[in-house]
Design a protein around this ligand. Structure first.
Ligand code: IMP
Length: 306
C-alpha cells in the first residue's frame, strides 16, 4: 500500500505490522478534542487504526517536547470517547519489538560495538535508505534519459550513498570524486580548498554533484562555483540529507533524500571524527558518546566547518 507517511518511524511501524500480518489503516479518523464557543478548535488524529484489535495507535519518540502534548491528547481522547481504545507507543518500544522479530536495525549495534543506549534515535533505517535511494536513481534516470551524466561525489561522506545511487541509475554514468579541506577557522587565512580535484573534463557535459548533507549550503556554494567555471552543460545537486533550518546559501537542491533536524547525525557515510561512517543507518548519538571521543565540543555543531 502506498501511504504518504508524515514520519519515517510511521513507515517502519507499518512494516512491522505487515511483518506480523496485522491489518492497519493510516490516520483514518480525526476526533474533536477541543471546543471554543461551541466550535471545534482542536482535533486529534491517531497515527494508526488496527481493525482486528479495534485499537488506535499513536507513535511517539522519547523527545519530551513531543511526549507531553501527545500524552495530553491521548488522555483527552480517552476521557471524551471512553469506548475508543487508544495506545501511545514509544518508538524505542516497537523498535525493540522489531529487533525481536529479527527485522529491526538495533541488532547491528552489537556488531558495531555500540550499545543501544549510545544511540539517541535512529532517524533513517537501512530499508528507508534503500527505498529512497532507489527512487532517486529512478528519477535521475528518467530526467536525464538519452544523456550521460557525470556523478561528482564529495568525499568522504558520499561513500555509500554514491555507490548505492550509481547502481540504481540506468543511464550511462561516469564517476569522479572531489575532496575538500576544511579548517576550524583558527586563522583568518584558513579557507576551504579543493585538495583533490576531479580528473574528468566536464566542459559541455551534464554534471550531478553528489553531497552527503547540505547544512549551511556554504560548502556546496563553493564547489558549485568552482565547477560552473568549467562550463558544464548542466550542473545539479543530489543531496542525501538536507537540513534546511541551518541554510545560509539558499541554492535550490534538485534532488534530496531526506530532511533532517538540527541534531548532528552519523552513519551511512557521515562521520563524527572519522568514526561511525559504516553504520548502516542514520542516527543521532547520545551526547556522552561524542564527549567520550576526545576534545571536541560536547555537542558537535553541524554548522561548524570540519
Ligand atoms: P555546510 O557547508 O554547512 O552545508 O556543511 C556540509 C558538510 O558538513 C557536509 O558535507 C558534511 O561533511 C558536514 N556535516 C554537516 N552536518 C553534518 C552532520 O550532521 N553529520 C556529519 N557531517 C555533517
Amino acid at each position: 500500500m502506498r501511504v504518504g507517511f508524515v514520519h519515517p518511524s510511521e513507515q517502519e511501524f507499518a512494516r512491522f505490522l505487515d511483518y506480523y500480518r496485522i491489518r492497519w489503516v493510516y490516520e483514518p479518523n480525526s476526533f474533536p478534542i477541543g471546543w471554543d464557543d461551541g466550535r471545534v478548535s482542536e482535533m486529534f488524529t491517531p497515527d494508526f487504526y488496527l481493525p482486528e484489535y479495534d485499537m488506535y495507535v499513536e507513535l511517539t519518540t522519547m523527545k519530551q517536547s513531543l511526549v507531553t502534548p501527545k500524552n495530553r491528547k491521548v488522555r483527552l481522547l480517552k476521557e471524551l470517547y471512553p469506548g475508543v481504545n487508544v495506545r501511545l507507543l514509544y518508538q524505542k518500544d516497537y523498535q525493540q519489538l522489531l529487533v525481536q522479530a529479527g527485522y529491526g536495525v538495533l541488532e547491528v549495534l552489537d556488531v558495531h560495538h555500540l550499545r543501544k543506549q549510545d544511540i539517541q534515535q535512529i532517524l533513517i533505517s537501512p530499508t528507508e535508505l534503500e527505498t529512497r535511494v532507489r527512487a532517486l536513481g529512478r528519477k535521475i534516470s528518467r530526467d536525464y534519459r538519452g544523456e550521460a551524466v557525470i556523478l561528482v561525489g564529495m568525499l568522504k561522506g558520499i561513500t555509500f550513498f554514491l555507490a548505492d545511487l550509481a547502481r540504481q541509475i540506468t543511464i550511462p554514468v561516469a564517476i569522479d570524486y572531489l575532496a575538500l579541506a576544511r579548517y576550524a577557522g583558527a586563522q583568518p587565512h584558513d579557507r576551504v580548498t579543493i585538495v583533490r580535484d576531479i580528473d574528468i573534463p566536464i566542459d559541455g557535459r551534464h554534471v550531478l554533484l553528489v553531497e552527503d548533507i547540505v547544512n549551511t549550503g556554504l560548502t556546496l556554494e563553493f564547489v558549485m562555483n568552482r565547477l560552473r567555471e568549467r562550463n558544464p552543460a548542466s550542473l545539479e545537486v543530489v543531496a542525501l540529507l538536507d537540513r534546511p533550518t541551518r541554510r545560509l546559501a539558499a541554492r535550490p537542491l534538485k534532488y534530496t533524500g531526506f530532511q533532517v533536524p538540527n541534531d548532528y547525525v552519523v552513519g551511512y557515510g557521515l562521520d563524527f571524527r572519522e568514526l561511525y561512517r559504516n553504520l548502516p543507518f542514520i542516527c543521532v548519538l547520545k551526547q556522552g558518546v561524542y564527549q567520550g571521543l576526545g576534545s571536541r565540543p560536547a555537542s558537535p555543531d553541524p554548522a561548524a566547518p570540519k
